[in-house]
Design a protein around this ligand. Sequence first.
Ligand SMILES: Nc1nc2c(ncn2[C@@H]2O[C@H](COP(=O)(O)OP(=O)(O)OP(=O)(O)O)[C@@H](O)[C@H]2O)c(=O)[nH]1
Ligand SMILES: [Mg+2]
Length: 235
Amino acid sequence: MNSDSRLVEVRRNVLARNDVAARELRQQFRTTGTFVVSLISSPGSGKTLFLEKTLALLQGHSRVAALVGDLATENDCARLARSGVPVRQIVTGTVCHLEAEMVRNSLRGWRLDELDFLFIENVGNLVCPASYDLGEDLRVVMMSVTEGEDKPLKYPPVFYGADLAIITKTDLAEAVEFDAEVAAWNIEAVHPGLPLIQVSAKKGTGMPEWLQKLFSLAGNNRIPTVQTASRRSAI
Ligand SMILES: Nc1nc2c(ncn2[C@@H]2O[C@H](COP(=O)(O)OP(=O)(O)OP(=O)(O)O)[C@@H](O)[C@H]2O)c(=O)[nH]1
Ligand SMILES: [Mg+2]
């Protein structure tokens, strides 16, 4: 076996092992009734701010926890922990994605049967996380308006493998001349029918729609009341 085919073989084994661990996790989440959401995007697209706002909105209404992956630092964990919900950082070192085994190890000591939602922020990367199942129920791919409309065309696997797309930082759309219609076409071209929500976590716009989607997918109709900058509404 030459070194190229050995590399392919090793990668295949790693993915197969991950699939087994992810299947076990999914079964565990189903048993405990925990709805698991993973977030994937390029570095800096707004995953943590979006999650900070989501956790704050769900706090006191649903039992929530979060895991967050980064190559280095516990910065995001500190930001998310301000919401008051249990949060753990996964520091991956040189690994550019989360794996099911890392998720499993990070859940030790938590009572999953006491959690309605578990959020997992993946390492900022639009390539590698696409290949690793984490046992999640909902995989969200995010792209910010500052990245341009063509991300789905350049990184199709992650859009193809997602259950929901979210365009972030819409408050900056005008400044960067972002064309939301073109972005929507590009997403549709890669993954026909993929639901799409546009949000500004900074301003709170689109958050009611996001929670509505989350609760309808989780099969829970008790949606929290959401207060945004411009209105107060029971969604
Ligand atoms: N204007 C604006 N800025 C935002 C919004 N969301 C996030 N940001 C800013 O974008 C920067 C990156 O946001 P993060 O939430 O840290 O992004 P991230 O995807 O978690 O980044 P990594 O974890 O490093 O991949 C921060 O300065 C945020 O304040 C938004 O809706 N509008
Ligand atoms: Mg982050």
